[in-house]
Design a protein around this ligand. Structure first.
Ligand code: NAD
Ligand code: SST
Length: 379
C-alpha cells in the first residue's frame, strides 16, 4: 500500500512527518479516500503557531489540515453512491446525527462534532482518510481535484451568504478580503447582489478583490467606526447604508464599523473569528433593528451548492490558488501563508506527483513581521 505519511503538529512551531498506519474502514457506510490536495486554512496556521484556538488546545500530537479533495480507493459494504476511483471533495466534520441540532438539520452546531484538525482529532494532511460516504461529494468531470480542495472554504462562504439572506439586487459589504471574504464576495455575486464592497487594510488584497468579485473596494481608515462607516458609505455610494454587512475579518474595528454601515433594518453576519469578546455597538443594533446572525462552518446543502457554483462557472476558485507544493514542503507552505504573500497554497498528498511546484523560499523578515503582527486573522 502507498504511503500514509502525515504532517503532525507536536507543539507550537514543532511539526514533523510521521508514517502512520493506513486507516481501516470502521463502518459499512465508510469510504477510504486517498488524499490528493489539501489547502491551508488560517486555523491550521494558528494551531501551528499557538497550539490552541479558544478552548480547543492541542495537548497531543495532531495531524493538521481539513481542506481536502481525494480519490475513493475502497468502499464499505453499505455504500451505494460512490465507487473506487471517484474523485470527491471531503467534508471534514462528522456530527453525531442524533442530537437536537443534528435532527433539526443544523448539524454544524452538533456539540459532539468530530472535526478534522480540531483537537483532539487528526486532520487530513495525510495519505489516506476514512469518512462516512455522505460527507464525500463526487466532483463533476469539469471540476478538478485542486478545485475540490477549495470547496471547504467555499462552503464556509456559502453558509455565511445564506445566513445573510442575500437576494438579487442587494448591496453587500464584506469586511476582510482574505480567502473567506473573497469567497463570500463571489457567492454574494452569484446570489444576485449587484453591489459587493470588499473592505480591507491591505491595498494588494483590495486590488485582487476588485479583479475577482468585488464591484467596489474600500481601504479601512484608522478613524472612529462612525467616521469610517460614513466614508465607506460615501465611497461606495451606499445611500442609507448596505442591505447586508458580513464580517470576514474578525477584527474589532471592522465589526464596529459594520454596525454603522448596515442600513436600517439590514442584516449583519459574523463570519470572522477574532478576539472572543469585543466592544460591540449595541445601540446601533437596537435602534436600526439590525438582524444579526452568526455563521459557523457549513451545514445541509452547503457543500452541494459550493460544488454546483464551481461546476457552473459562477465561482472561480482556481483564481485563489497561488501554487501547489509537494507534501515534503508542507512546513514551507505554512510559512508562506503566514508570511501573508499568498491567498491559497495547496499541498499535494504524499502519494501525489506534482509537475510544477511553486517557489517555497520564505522571506524570513516578512515572516517575522507577520508573526509579530499576528497577520492571520483567524481566531
Ligand atoms: N465562521 C466560520 O466557520 C469560519 C470558518 C473559517 C474561517 N473563519 C474566520 O474567517 C476569518 C477570515 O478567514 P480568512 O481565512 O479569510 O483569514 P485572513 O486572515 O486571510 O483574512 C482576514 C482579512 O481581514 C483583513 N483585516 C484585518 N483587519 C481588518 C480591518 N480592521 N478591516 C478590514 N479588514 C481587516 C486582513 O487584512 C485580511 O485580509 C477569520 O477570522 C477566520 O477565523 C470563520
Ligand atoms: O472552515 C472550518 C474552520 O476553519 C474551522 O471551523 C476552524 O476555524 C475551527 O475548527
Amino acid at each position: 500500500m502507498a504511503s500514509n505519511l502525515s504532517f503532525v503538529l507536536n507543539k507550537p512551531n514543532d511539526v514533523t512527518f510521521e508514517e502512520r498506519p493506513v486507516p481501516k474502514l470502521q463502518h459499512p457506510h465508510d469510504v477510504l479516500v486517498a488524499i490528493n490536495y489539501t489547502g491551508i486554512c488560517g486555523s491550521d496556521v494558528h494551531y501551528w503557531q499557538h497550539g490552541a484556538i479558544g478552548h480547543f488546545v492541542v495537548k497531543d500530537p495532531m495531524v493538521l489540515g481539513h481542506e481536502s479533495a481525494g480519490t475513493v480507493v475502497e468502499v464499505g459494504s453499505q455504500v451505494k453512491t460512490l465507487k473506487k476511483g471517484d474523485r470527491i471533495a471531503l467534508e471534514p466534520g462528522y456530527p453525531c446525527r442524533r442530537c437536537g441540532s443534528c435532527l433539526s438539520g443544523r448539524y454544524n452546531l452538533c456539540p459532539d462534532m468530530v472535526f478534522a484538525a480540531t483537537p483532539p482529532y487528526d486532520g487530513t494532511l495525510t495519505g489516506f482518510w476514512t469518512a462516512p460516504f455522505d460527507f464525500c461529494y463526487k466532483l463533476p468531470d469539469n471540476v478538478s481535484l485542486q478545485e475540490g480542495a477549495l470547496i471547504e472554504p467555499l462552503a464556509v462562504g456559502v453558509h455565511i451568504v445564506k445566513q445573510a439572506r442575500v437576494t438579487p439586487g442587494a448591496s453587500v459589504v464584506i469586511m476582510g478580503a482574505g480567502p473567506v471574504g473573497l469567497l463570500c464576495a463571489a457567492v454574494a455575486r452569484s446570489f444576485g447582489a449587484t453591489k459587493v464592497v470588499s473592505v480591507d487594510i491591505v491595498q494588494a488584497k483590495l486590488d485582487f478583490a476588485k479583479s475577482y468579485a468585488a464591484t467596489h473596494t474600500y481601504m479601512s481608515q484608522r478613524v472612529s467606526p462612525e467616521e469610517n462607516a460614513r466614508a465607506l458609505i460615501e465611497a461606495a455610494d451606499l445611500g442609507a447604508g448596505a442591505d447586508v454587512v458580513i464580517d470576514a475579518s474578525g477584527a474589532e474595528p471592522s465589526i464596529q464599523t459594520s454596525l454603522h454601515v448596515v442600513k436600517m433594518g439590514g442584516t449583519y453576519v459574523q463570519g470572522g473569528m477574532g478576539k472572543a469578546d469585543i466592544n460591540f455597538p449595541i445601540m446601533a443594533l437596537c435602534l436600526k433593528e439590525v438582524t444579526a446572525r452568526g455563521s459557523f462552518r457549513y451545514g445541509s446543502g452547503d457543500y452541494k451548492l459550493a460544488i454546483e457554483l464551481v461546476a457552473a462557472g459562477k465561482v472561480d476558485v482556481k483564481a485563489l490558488v497561488n501554487g501547489v507544493v509537494a507534501f515534503k514542503d508542507a512546513e514551507e507552505a505554512f510559512k508562506k501563508v503566514k508570511e501573508g504573500q499568498v491567498i491559497k497554497i495547496l499541498i499535494a498528498g504524499p502519494n501525489e506527483k506534482i509537475e510544477h511546484g511553486m517557489d517555497t523560499s520564505v522571506d524570513e523578515q516578512k515572516l517575522k513581521e507577520a508573526q509579530a503582527a499576528g497577520s492571520t486573522g483567524c481566531c
